[in-house]
Design a protein around this ligand. Structure first.
Ligand SMILES: [Ca+2]
Length: 183
């Protein structure tokens, strides 16, 4: 095996309103969530990933390329929202031509199919080509702990994503995401 990826999250809320359906994973993942991935991707929920008594979800990808995704898209009234998540991310490769990454992604969407920009928390192996741009802001994660993250969505877009007009953002997609190349 050349690499593996793991990404988990127990809690997701857009403060003000709880806009995420089944964000605590108390119900099966089929409630509110869509999964995507090949035979090398396993997406599951359990109470055992984090030591607390509650449920978490995990996207796990092993040898082979491609992506794994656990995601949902919701309408938002405006970008005047706070977003909070708790995450543990890890990615590994041991081959010079390969790379792997585990990430949590907030997609800012105009419609269900038109993505204007993204914010990511990402654990990337050396060689991962992802870079900041006017429509992509990456918070690099370099530890393998459970970490809490919170952002003000409007401030995030205005401060870090000059290519995104906040007034055009009508939907947010949240995704637990793994990706690998040539592994
Ligand atoms: Ca737990």
């Amino acid at each position: 095996m050349r690499y593996f990826l793991i990404a988990l999250l127990p809690l997701m809320l857009l403060l003000g309103d709880e806009l995420i359906v089944n964000g605590g994973f108390e119900e099966p993942l089929s409630v509110g969530w869509t999964t995507y991935g090949g035979s090398n991707v396993t997406i599951s929920r359990s109470t055992s990933y984090h030591p607390d008594p509650d449920y978490e979800a995990r996207v796990y990808q092993t040898t082979g390329g491609g992506s794994g995704l656990l995601y949902q898209t919701q309408d938002i009234p405006s970008t005047n929202l706070k977003f909070r998540v708790q995450l543990k991310l890890y990615a590994y490769d041991n081959h010079y031509s390969a790379w792997a990454a585990a990430a949590f992604v907030l997609y800012y969407c105009k419609t269900a199919t038109q993505i204007l920009g993204r914010t990511m928390w990402a654990y990337m192996s050396p060689g991962c080509p992802w870079q900041n741009s006017s429509t992509l802001h990456i918070y690099k994660v370099t530890n393998q702990n459970w970490n809490h993250y919170e952002i003000d969505v409007d401030e995030e877009i205005r401060n870090h994503l000059p290519g995104v007009n906040p007034s055009e953002v009508k939907k947010i997609r949240v995704a637990l995401y793994t990706s690998a190349y040539h592994c």
